[in-house]
Ligand binder design. Structure first.
Ligand code: HEC
Length: 157
């Protein structure tokens, strides 16, 4: 009896693992050359971020980011990307969530978003400032309000 249940359980786990792999691969639709080159450049950089000086809540969110965003590609892809504004992160996280088999829920997406916004104004400060300088007044205001909200939430921990 026990071993039968165990076998059924193992079969379930194996099926799940296989279908997950299938969907992850299916998400790899053909990309144009420009996108491919951009992504290849992102992936050349580091695969981790030193979060030891970040607030505890942001360190926890980093764990969610590194678990969820490494299912289909290396973490170096988002880490070294040239996205820095909250609106850019929102767009890319939503895009990744929509990919079949991503398994990212709303709560996890929010944690990943908070992490990426926080990290962008600390580690990627120069890029953030440069991008902000090119943004429209509305985009600038939206970005600054969001950054303020997130910094206030985590910095006071
Ligand atoms: C289900 C698979 C999957 C998961 C999970 C996933 N990605 Fe992706 N990601 C892809 C694919 C496929 C591409 C290339 C096609 C594209 O950009 O849509 C990509 C591309 C990217 C790019 C480069 C986009 C560009 O065009 O410059 C970034 C940045 C990125 N992902 C960040 C993330 C982040 C952040 C997460 C976690 C929230 C994540 N990915 C989770 C599949 C995934």
């Amino acid at each position: 009896m026990k071993s039968k249940r165990l076998r059924a359980l193992l079969l379930c786990a194996a099926t799940l693992a296989l279908t997950r792999g299938y969907w992850a691969r299916a998400a790899d639709e053909p990309l144009d050359e420009e996108t491919k080159a951009r992504i290849a450049k992102f992936e050349q950089g580091p695969v981790t971020i030193d979060v030891s000086k970040y607030p505890p809540g942001i360190q926890e969110n980093y764990e969610v980011f590194s678990a969820k965003c490494t299912q289909c590609h290396k973490l170096s892809r988002p880490i070294n990307s040239n996205y820095a504004l909250p609106a850019e992160w929102e767009r890319y996280i939503k895009r990744m969530m929509r990919k079949p088999g991503s398994g990212i829920n709303k709560d996890e997406a929010k944690k990943i978003f908070d992490f990426l916004v926080y990290d962008s104004v600390v580690r990627k400060k120069a890029l953030y400032d440069e991008t902000l300088a090119k943004a429209s007044p509305d985009e600038k205001k939206a970005a600054e309000d969001k950054v303020k909200e997130i910094r206030e939430k985590y910095d006071k921990e």
